[in-house]
Ligand binder design. Structure first.
Ligand code: GTP
Length: 458
């Protein structure tokens, strides 16, 4: 699975960059999600600290002070009782003690309400069981305090009653119980608030460490991704540029247009590469045009007679083979052989150059009066051949006659009068190359025999 993913990614640079960017973005996404979760958690803890623990700590401090005051008041009561002070003296002390008890109860209630509210609004998210245990301890404390205050009240109202001694004893026992209970309770609450504060602090530190390391990792990954992308591009661009430079050198130097400046350097590697590629493409296209032109010229040289511009013998062989193929398939194919009359005499009387001009004039006349598709060949000396495809025999005969007449009546200043003898034949089903040519030759020979300047059909 991992292998195939890596293979898929390495297949294109877009995928590589996309893959690395996705990795980086995923990492940053994880960092953001982690930060949000942690910050929410720390926020909740801070709220708990601010709204529950700090007020709770204040209440505890208050209770501690009240407890101390209670000790003093209780001691005063004890001393008064031991000294058997008059009821009038003890009563105000008892009143102060009772009043103090009410204050203490209020503070304990306050603590109870704070924990209650924290639990019911889920503000207290940690050590819930501990908080609940503290709550039930507070309830127990309050019950004892109720009894405690009741006994104190009885003593206050009936200091001389028979039950006063027993009440006093009970009050003392309750006082001890309440003291130890209050002490435990305060310690428990203190421990809870301390734990929560410590937890919040620990989470803050964790958040700082983890977020810093994640941030540093994201930064390093970002640097690596950037470095990797730049390196990949530079390597590939460098390679392509080298190849293009080599290709440029291997091509013939491009002809420089007058006033043409050196190509401007690109603004960056990519624009430089684009400029190099453009140059190579231009060189290639001009090279292709030249090559095409050269090929055309070579083909023309290889297939055309230099003097007259008619097709040469080489082309004749190719075209004849093709026309014979058509003939074998039943397409009407005609061959017209043409030979200038007494050409030797023209050469002898007017010179070789004039003879050449006569040959050129003959080809000019032929080209003007036959279709492009009807190929004209110079087979040698003053002998020419014309191949006609898809013509009626009568039409070809008419063309041959027209050519003969053209030559006969053609008058060009500076050129002697000249005529031509023509032999015409049609490809027959039983024909092969030799028999077909031979019959045309025979027809031409017959025209010569019969006095020249005529057309013979065989
Ligand atoms: N000027 C010129 N003469 C050529 C060329 N090729 C061949 N010849 C001449 O053409 C002449 C052909 O003469 P012959 O074969 O005797 O034929 P002819 O004189 O036309 O006589 P008939 O064909 O019987 O009418 C020769 O003298 C060749 O030297 C050429 O390219 N230019």
């Amino acid at each position: 699975m991992t292998q195939s993913i890596l293979h898929w990614i390495s297949e294109s640079i877009t995928r590589k960059i996309g893959g690395l960017s996705t990795l980086l973005l995923s990492f940053i996404f994880v960092v953001i999600v982690y930060s949000i979760v942690k910050l929410t958690q720390i926020g909740a803890e801070m709220r708990e600290v601010a709204e529950i623990d700090i007020p709770l700590t204040e209440v505890i401090a208050e209770i501690e002070v009240l407890q101390l005051q209670k000790h003093i008041l209780f001691e005063k009561l004890r001393l008064g009782r031991d000294a058997q002070l008059a009821a009038a003296v003890i009563k105000p002390q008892l009143a102060a003690f009772m009043d103090h008890g009410v204050q203490l109860s209020r503070q304990v209630e306050k603590a109870e309400q704070l924990i209650h509210r924290g639990l019911s609004t889920a503000q207290i998210a940690e050590e819930v069981a501990e908080h609940k245990r503290v709550l039930s301890a507070i309830e127990h404390f309050q019950i004892l305090r109720q009894e405690y205050l009741q006994k104190a009240g009885e003593l206050f109202n009936k200091p001389e009653a028979e039950t006063a001694a027993a009440n006093w004893l009970r009050l003392e026992t309750l006082d001890e119980q309440l003291d130890s209970l209050a002490e435990r309770l305060l310690l428990d609450i203190e421990a809870l608030t301390e734990d929560i504060a410590k937890n919040a602090e620990r989470h803050e530190q964790e958040f700082f460490i983890v977020n810093t390391s994640l941030g540093v990792s994201a930064f390093l990954i970002g640097i690596y991704v950037t470095w990797y992308i730049i390196r990949s591009f530079r390597r590939r661009l460098g390679y392509i540029q080298t190849q293009i430079a080599r290709l440029n050198q291997s091509l013939a130097p491009a002809p420089k247009e007058p006033g043409e400046d050196e190509p401007q350097r690109g603004q960056d590697e990519l624009s430089e590469l684009a400029r190099d590629v453009q140059q190579v493409v231009e060189r290639f296209s001009s090279e292709m045009v030249n090559r095409h032109e050269m090929e055309k010229q070579l083909i023309q040289l290889a297939t055309t007679d230099k003097l007259t511009g008619a097709f040469n013998r080489h082309k004749w062989e190719d075209c004849l083979a093709m026309e014979l193929e058509y003939g074998r398939r039943g397409v009407p194919v005609h061959l017209l052989m043409l030979d200038l009359d007494h050409f030797k005499a023209i050469n002898d009387n007017h010179g070789h150059d004039v003879g050449d001009q006569v040959l050129q004039q003959a080809v000019k006349l032929l080209k003007e009066h036959v279709r492009q598709s009807d190929s004209l060949f110079r087979l040698g000396g003053e002998e020419f051949a014309l191949l006609f495809r898809q013509h009626d025999s009568q039409d070809v005969l008419a063309i041959a006659e027209k050519i003969r007449l053209l030559f006969e009546t053609d008058k060009v200043p500076g050129l002697p009068y000249f005529t031509a003898s023509l032999g015409l034949t049609r490809f027959l089903p039983q024909d092969d190359r030799e028999s077909f040519i031979k019959r045309a030759d025979q027809a031409l020979y017959r025209s010569k025999q019969d006095g020249r300047n005529r057309v013979t059909v065989l």
